[in-house]
Design a protein around this ligand. Structure first.
Ligand code: FSX
Length: 365
């Protein structure tokens, strides 16, 4: 899992057959996300290549392993994977070779040797309903989180489960699942939601720490604004057809074939903040909307309880004209019927539809 200390990322990239051009492309993506000028690409590249190793302890609680899969999804080396290797990943439930008592000793040793300096990454939610619902080495998720967080410099909650509760917390939340931020109050908690999160977003947060020695700026929901500052809708390539009132009405109609807006088919892009429309997936190949399916809203709190992935956020009585769409995007508009009720208030989850103001749904945290 760990490379020798004298083995730099520069050598690892070369060994993995990743070209300088591809690596600089990755750094350019980060520079754009960090809103830095093009001239900073070389600075980021140099900093990453020579970054000192940061100790990372990664705990997995109630989750599906999709977050780790996302990061290590490829069987060929990726820049994201190599960035992960650039840190000293001292303990990771899924990736570590050690098991049993040796694995637990590695966690304790890392906590002791790097006290106050290590990053704690958590994926999955924490069950409070009964500590015995989820245990590792006989230790409840709650106890392991609190014990490991004590000496961490910061905690990164990776995935919607860790950030907001996610699927385990979906109603009726049988395990009493809670997100990390509900339990850790005495140090920074950075939420990196998405079910799963985009690999480059996970590594982008780590790379920010390796490059600048700091964590990125966060929004009101604890997410890095560099990746979650805009909605999918803001940057969607189908946005012009939304503005023109051109909607696919079914997945196989003429509008769908022409690539029109998927809003009426349940796309949650207007209320979902993530970088899918810009960084895309699979090394920038595509993202769900580009594949003809609406956004599910997986990076938002309570997305499992929205009622239906295929229920439209609103059904305008008349085609959305540019001025109206512009007003909606700006957060100024009349009330609309929505199925994303939990976004506005939890208590409305049982109702499939509720009238709320557009600004409640589109405002940025
Ligand atoms: Fe949750 Fe992640 Fe979804 Fe799965 O670790 S965010 S269910 S992709 O695996 O926690």
């Amino acid at each position: 899992m760990n490379r020798p200390a004298d083995n730099t990322l520069r050598i690892a990239l070369s060994d993995a057959g990743i070209s300088r051009r591809d690596f600089l492309g990755f750094c350019a993506t980060l520079a754009a996300a960090y809103a830095l000028p093009a001239s900073s690409v070389i600075v980021i590249a140099a900093a990453l290549e020579n970054a000192s190793r940061t100790s990372v302890i990664w705990l997995s609680f109630q989750e599906c392993t999709g977050c780790t899969e996302s990061l290590t999804r490829s069987h060929t080396p990726t820049i994201e994977g190599l960035i992960l290797e650039q840190v000293s990943l001292d303990y990771h439930h899924t990736l570590q070779a050690a098991s049993g008592e040796a694995a637990e000793r590695a966690r304790e040793e890392s906590m002791r040797a790097n006290a106050g300096k290590y990053l704690l990454v958590v994926d999955g939610s924490v069950p409070l309903g009964n500590p015995g619902y989820s245990t590792i080495a006989g230790v409840s998720n709650f106890d392991m989180l609190m014990e490991t967080a004590k000496g961490a410099a910061a905690v990164i909650a990776v995935g919607t489960c860790a950030a907001y509760g996610g699927l385990p917390a979906a109603q009726p939340n049988p395990t009493g699942a809670v997100p990390v931020s509900q339990l850790i109050k005495d140090k920074p908690v950075i939420n990196v939601p998405g079910c799963p999160p985009i690999p480059v977003v996970i590594t982008g947060v780590l790379a920010h720490f390796l490059t600048f020695g700091t964590l990125p700026e966060l929004d009101g929901r604890g997410r890095p604004t560099i990746f979650y500052g805009e909605s999918i809708h803001d940057r969607c390539y189908r946005r012009p057809s939304y503005d023109q009132g051109k909607f696919a009405e079914s997945f196989d109609d003429e509008g769908a074939r022409k690539g029109w807006c998927l809003f009426k088919l349940g796309c949650k892009g207007p209320v979902t903040h993530n970088a899918c429309a810009t960084t895309k997936w699979n090394n920038g190949v595509s993202f769900p909307i580009q594949s003809g399916h609406g956004c599910l809203g997986c990076a938002e709190p309570d997305f499992w309880d929205m009622g239906s992935f295929y229920k439209a956020l609103s059904m305008p009585a008349t085609p959305v004209r540019k001025a109206v769409a512009g007003a909606a995007a700006a957060g100024v508009g009349a009330g609309v019927a929505v199925a994303f009720a939990n976004r506005a208030k939890k208590a409305a989850a049982k109702a499939a539809h509720e009238t709320v103001k557009v600004e409640d749904l589109t405002k940025k945290p």
